[in-house]
Design a protein around this ligand. Structure first.
Ligand SMILES: *Cc1c(COP(=O)(O)O)cnc(C)c1O
Length: 218
């Protein structure tokens, strides 16, 4: 299925009006598809797999802002540290330490979001509210924690989904009082981004609405 430019333009105009950043999630999609959206002006792209991201970064224009949105393993941070724009899914202190170390090696500051576990499903990664408050987030010189990321349950129960987003927004607001560098709340995907925006998201990660369905099991 080709890139849906019409959908892109519609979504983009709604998001621009609401001051929400669109991360176009291009995992498993070919560089041609990314280039097609780039040609429409899109610059923020999200990927889930390190090797795929490294290959695409090498093949595509250098002014793309690459977001890593997958589950990042510590031993792979070094591959994306030279160029990654924002790492969304940071879910442990040891991963923070490794990102900080690799950022220092590359002489840069890497922006990160902490992933918060908001879904009722057991399988989603992330900190819970208690773990978050115990985390000393100012101790890293080469990384900047810019906010929070969360994934709602994959469910038809829209009340449940809305409540999970509400929970993340509440935690975000509490942390923003203490941490002035907090500015990004990344929540919302193809199926739930409208609810996420109503609940205060300012960054959404949208894949299949733009690039079509992915033909694999994520
Ligand atoms: C794949 C993925 C998305 C995009 O999902 P769609 O439903 O295709 O929009 C967003 N966020 C994360 C973390 C993902 O892994």
């Amino acid at each position: 299925m080709p890139v849906n430019i019409t959908a892109y333009k519609e979504i983009k105009s709604v998001l621009d009006e609401a001051h929400v950043t669109l991360v176009a999630v291009s995992k498993t999609k070919p560089v041609e598809d990314i280039q097609a959206l780039y040609n429409e002006g899109q610059r923020d792209f999200g990927e889930n797999y390190v090797q795929e991201l490294v290959d695409k970064e090498a093949a595509l224009p250098k002014d793309i802002r690459w977001h890593f949105i997958g589950h990042l393993q510590s031993n792979k941070v070094k591959y994306i540290a030279p160029f990654v724009h924002l790492i969304h899914g940071v879910d442990s202190e040891s991963l923070l330490k490794e990102i900080n170390r690799q950022a220092a090696k590359n002489n840069r500051i890497i922006d990160c979001l902490l992933q918060v576990h908001i879904a009722t499903e057991e399988t989603k990664f992330g900190f819970d509210g208690h773990e978050l408050s115990n985390l000393k987030i100012t101790q890293f010189e080469n990384l900047k924690i810019k906010g929070l990321m969360g994934m709602a349950s994959f469910s038809d129960d829209l009340v449940l989904v809305r409540n999970e987003f509400k929970k993340l927004k509440t935690i975000f607001d509490q942390f923003s009082i203490i941490h002035s560098q907090f500015s990004i709340i990344s929540m919302g995907m193809s199926g739930d981004y409208k609810i996420a925006i109503e609940e205060g998201s300012n960054m959404v990660r949208i894949g299949s609405l733009l690039f079509g369905a992915r033909n694999y099991n994520p």
